[in-house]
Design a protein around this ligand. Structure first.
Ligand code: 5GP
Ligand code: ZN
Length: 113
């Protein structure tokens, strides 16, 4: 998608420090970290909502989740971590390209507000 920030990171039109990538997705640091470690996992395919996913997209998301869990050293996951997917306005989604927040490196509170 031409006018999408995360598609531009995926294509390389805009540079970001990519920590991991494969045929399915990229991982880079969030510019405004909400935890000691805060990464974004971004599928290379553009879609905004989980509700738009095909069965193949569901399999893609499964592969991404499995891969994230294997990147323990790179993402600092050893003492635990939190994955967040914001969907829509109430959740505060600001980038309309589905992404998984990966938060780690500290004890976390549970406060959806
Ligand atoms: P959302 O609010 O849509 O769930 O998450 C979007 C995330 O993208 C936010 O945490 C925000 O800090 C991050 N973000 C927005 N613009 C940029 C950018 O230019 N570079 C990076 N690395 N992260 C960004
Ligand atoms: Zn996109």
């Amino acid at each position: 998608m031409d006018d999408c920030l995360f598609c531009k990171f995926v294509s390389g039109v805009l540079k970001t420090d990519i920590i991991y990538q494969d045929e399915d997705f990229i991982i880079f640091k969030d510019i405004n970290p909400q935890a000691k470690n805060h990464f974004l996992a971004v599928p290379k395919k553009h879609f905004k909502y989980l509700a738009e996913m095909s069965d193949d997209d569901g399999a893609l998301l499964g592969r991404i989740l499995k891969k994230i869990s294997s990147l323990s050293d790179e993402l600092g996951l050893k003492n635990g971590y939190r994955l967040v997917i914001n969907q829509g306005d109430d959740a505060g989604q600001t980038v309309p390209h589905l992404h998984i927040h990966i938060l780690s490196g500290q004890k976390m509170q549970w406060n959806p507000a």
